[in-house]
Write a protein that binds this ligand. Structure first.
Ligand SMILES: O=P(O)(O)OC[C@H]1O[C@H](OP(=O)(O)OP(=O)(O)O)[C@H](O)[C@@H]1O
Ligand SMILES: O=c1cc[nH]c(=O)[nH]1
Ligand SMILES: [Mg+2]
Length: 230
């Protein structure tokens, strides 16, 4: 890690966030925080960055799937027949926001191999910071929980746009969960105002956005670091 003077990564106390963003869940398990710190480090390689993002998504996935509905299947143990609890994997859709969301989707689909996978392709216009849509491909909405994933919630514009896309496809806010790695308080405010019913799961809330709408201290451009571009 860098040896220059360190700044505080965090924007405020947990209590502030709980009041300001009632839909926010900060998953600050030590394993997640440890892996995230390595991802932030500029000297971490593309290969390691990709692996860590997948591992964090697996760990966050444990929590984000906690409220998934359980059904029962009759199975035979070696000793007797039992109605055993199972998740209906097909009732879950994992939807990465391209490109960077792909790295988180990998971890989640490893946890739920039967889940459906949708794609929402967006990039942020460098001038306006508004999302530009280039691809939408989604599974049927009915009866499904949609887990939308993107490592960075900066201005919040991309996340809001992606939920709007799901809404237009017939997915209600109550069916959606949003999972990110790092959020800026500014983006959380925008997202919470637009979609107060959508729970947001993050590993960390950082200090602020800078003049280029990058999250500080953040981890830089998640897509570029994940795919080794630029
Ligand atoms: O909250 P916002 O201000 O909208 O910024 C966040 C978006 O920016 C990044 O994507 P980017 O546009 O860099 O595309 P990429 O994943 O293809 O690199 C990131 O993965 C989010 O989608
Ligand atoms: O800090 C940021 C902001 C937007 N997109 C990123 O990849 N990183
Ligand atoms: Mg990018």
């Amino acid at each position: 890690m860098t040896e220059t003077a360190a700044t505080d990564a965090h924007a405020g106390s947990d209590r502030d966030f709980a009041t300001r963003f009632p839909n926010l869940h900060v998953l600050d398990h030590p394993l997640i925080l440890h892996k995230l710190s390595h991802m932030r480090d500029r000297s971490t390689s593309t290969k390691t960055f990709r692996q860590l993002l997948r591992e964090i998504a697996l760990l966050m996935g444990y929590e984000i799937t906690r409220a998934l509905p359980i059904t029962h299947e009759e199975i035979d143990t070696p000793l007797e027949r039992v109605a055993a609890p199972v998740i209906e994997g097909k009732k879950v859709a994992v939807v990465p926001i391209l490109r960077a969301g792909l790295g988180m989707a990998d971890g989640l689909t490893e946890l739920m191999p039967a889940s459906r996978i949708g794609h929402v392709g967006l990039y942020r216009d460098e001038e306006t910071k508004e999302p530009v849509e280039y691809l939408v491909k989604l599974p049927k909405a009915e009866g499904r929980t949609f887990i939308l994933v993107d490592p960075m919630l900066a201005t919040g514009n991309s996340a809001v746009h992606a939920v709007d896309v799901l809404n237009r496809h017939g997915v209600a806010d109550e069916q959606i969960r949003f999972m990110a790695l790092i959020a800026a308080p500014e983006g959380l405010a925008v997202f919470t105002r637009a979609h107060p019913q959508v729970p947001v799961y993050v590993a960390a809330v950082d200090r602020c956005l800078d003049e280029n709408a990058y999250i500080r201290p953040g981890l830089g451009d998640a897509g570029d670091r994940l795919f080794g571009t630029r």
